[in-house]
Structures are given as C-alpha cells and as structure tokens.
Design a binder for this molecule. Structure first.
Ligand SMILES: Cc1cc2nc3c(=O)[nH]c(=O)nc-3n(C[C@H](O)[C@H](O)[C@H](O)COP(=O)(O)OP(=O)(O)OC[C@H]3O[C@@H](n4cnc5c(N)ncnc54)[C@H](O)[C@@H]3O)c2cc1C
Length: 307
C-alpha cells in the first residue's frame, strides 16, 4: 500500500520523536516508523545528568517523550516495522518496510542511530555460538550475571557498568584489542576486573552451560579460562537503512552529504555528538528544514543552511 505524507521519519529514538513533535507543531504531517518501542535505548540509562527538563532517568524520559509523540496528532506512529529501503527522487522520497508497506513523502528524516559493532568486523575474534552475544550496556543484573563473565572490548559502558553495580560479585575478565588500550585506565583499579590485552580471542561452548575462552596475548602467550557469560563491548557503529543514505569514510551519514530530500538526525550523523540533547536538537532542526522546504522558503533568505 502506498500512502502520501509530508515527512517520513525513520527511527523512533529521541531524534525521530523530536522530529515528529516539531513537525506537528508547524503543521507538517508525518509517519514515524520504529521496529521497537519509542526511545527503547533510553530504558538502559539508569541515571541522566545532561538533559534539561528535570528527567533524571532514561525510562522516565522515554515515557515523557512517548506522551509528547502521542499528543502530536499530525504524526502517525507505525510501531513494529523496520525500514528496508529509502529512495530519493527530485520531488519525493519512498520508504519501504519489512511489513510490505511503502510510504511516499516529500521528505525523509532518517534517525536510525547506532548499533553494536558486530563480531564479524573484528578479525581477531571468533565466537562459536553463531549469533553475537548480548551487549554489556543492555545487561541486566543480577539475573544474568553470575560467577565469572567475559567482556569483549573496553568501551566506555564498562566503567559505567561497574559503577552501577558495586555489589556485583562476579569476576570480570576484560579482553580488549590494541585500539581499546587507552580506555582501560578507568577500570584498572577495580578489584573485580582482570585486564587481558589480546592479539586473538575465541569463545566456544564447553558442552555444559559454561563457555571456554582461549586467547593469545600481545606477547604471543596462549591462555584459557572458563566463563558463565559473555558480553560484547566493542563500541557502536552507524546503522543507516539501505538505499539513498550516503556514508562518509567512518560509515556515518552527515546531513550535508545527503540528497536534499533526505535529512539525517541524531547519532547517525557522527560519532562526536552522541547525546540525547544533541539528538533531539538535530531531530527538531531536521523537521524545520522539511517545513521550510515544503513551504518553498529558500534557506539563503533566512540565514542560510544550519548544516
Ligand atoms: C548505555 C548507554 C548510556 C547512555 N547514556 C547517556 C546519557 O547519560 N546521556 C546522554 O545524553 N546520552 C546517553 N547515551 C546516548 C543516547 O542514548 C543517544 O545519543 C540517543 O539515544 C540517540 O538518539 P537517536 O534517536 O539518534 O538514536 P537511538 O536512540 O539509537 O534511536 C534510533 C532508533 O532507530 C530505530 N531503527 C534502527 N534501524 C531502523 C530501521 N531500519 N527502520 C526503522 N527504525 C530503525 C531503532 O530501533 C531505534 O529506536 C547513552 C547510550 C547508551 C547506549
């Protein structure tokens, strides 16, 4: 089925939701597409200290944003659908979903954010189970974490995780590649942590419920250990939908590189501004850019392009 709207918003995180609310406030109709719940990532942020407006936790903020979107009557929310293709033409865009629905609109705001770096892009790492282990930032304690656990990679959520769980009794083996060397100082003093700078690492099932970890360290020395749980912590990478999105050399999709009818917002733009307030600001700005385009207002007459 083909629908026609002013603005198709791909991704219902803070950036996409802000775009929907801002669009409605200036009379722009939109369809917002999100495979999960609105602002699902915020459910994993226990405490927030950099968002104005008095919301101190991620779940609180997610609930408030979802209420704002529900009040935006000009926005249709399509939950449970993933966008599989974005196409851009001179006078419209088309957005196709895995449900078979295709929407055409005048503009698209694409705000699909970042996802975990997959095992497949780490040549030094082998995980036998077939699917990527869960991310550390999504880990739930104490239910999932018992005995000893392996954290693969030393990205920033490691320090946050350890501070958030002072009572965690598990031994935490942190195996990390050379590019994460500069990140481990933050956790070096934690008695629960064993740091393991590796050259190669493999994780396999041992036939029972435990997992066998085997490695070769930077001095070419082999070693092994048994752990109960593995979490990935290699950082994140942009996840644009297939089609019209243009990536830079780092894989991100800066707004100024895109087709004039495709406006990127939030974490998808760059590795440097990955914060909630930056995402909502850029989502709002993206909706206003569509609004001015729909009204035929030239940016040069109004202070130029914000990008
Ligand atoms: C553990 C953790 C703690 C953090 N703590 C803070 C903090 O304290 N303060 C702070 O400012 N920031 C924090 N952040 C960063 C913050 O969460 C992000 O900057 C923010 O969520 C980015 O918003 P976004 O809308 O760009 O992307 P996201 O929130 O990632 O939303 C993108 C949405 O797009 C959807 N999507 C993806 N692909 C598709 C597709 N093909 N079709 C349709 N939809 C799709 C996803 O399901 C997702 O809901 C934290 C992040 C993490 C992981």
């Amino acid at each position: 089925m083909t629908a026609i709207t002013d603005l198709v918003i791909v991704g219902g995180g803070p950036a996409g939701c802000a775009a929907a609310v801002m669009a409605a406030s200036v009379g722009v109709r939109s369809v917002l597409i999100e495979p999960d719940a609105l602002c699902a990532k915020l459910q994993h942020i226990a405490a927030i200290n950099n968002v104005v407006g008095g919301r101190a936790s991620g779940p609180e903020l997610a609930a408030a944003i979802a209420e704002d979107v529900a009040r935006a009557e000009l926005c249709e929310v399509d939950l449970g659908a993933r966008v599989t293709e974005v196409r851009a033409y001179d006078d419209h865009v088309t957005v196709t979903m895995d449900t078979g629905r295709t929407i055409s609109g005048s503009y698209a705001v694409v705000a699909t954010g970042v996802g975990p770096v997959p095992v497949s892009v780490a040549p030094w790492l082998t995980v036998a189970a077939g699917t990527d282990p869960p991310t550390l930032w999504g880990a739930k304690v104490p239910g999932e974490v018992v005995g000893s656990l392996l954290v693969v990679g030393a990205d920033r959520p490691l320090g946050t995780f350890l501070r958030a769980h002072p009572a965690l009794g598990a031994t935490v083996l942190v195996a990390y590649p050379p590019e994460d060397d500069y990140k481990v100082d933050e956790v070096r003093g934690d008695a629960r942590v064993t740091l393991l700078p590796v050259a190669r690492l493999s994780v396999s099932e041992d036939g029972g419920s435990a997992l066998t970890v085997e490695w070769v360290d930077r001095e070419d020395q082999p070693g092994s250990w048994t752990v109960d749980t593995v979490y990935m912590n290699l950082g994140s990478a942009p996840v644009p939908p297939p089609g019209a999105l243009i990536r830079d050399t780092s894989g991100y999709c800066p707004p100024d590189r895109q087709h004039p009818r495709v406006i990127t917002a939030g974490d998808l733009r760059s590795a440097r501004f990955q914060r909630i307030m930056a995402a909502t600001g850029s989502g709002s700005q993206a909706a206003l850019r569509a609004y001015y385009g729909l009204r035929g207002v030239q940016s040069a007459k109004h202070g130029g392009s914000p990008y």
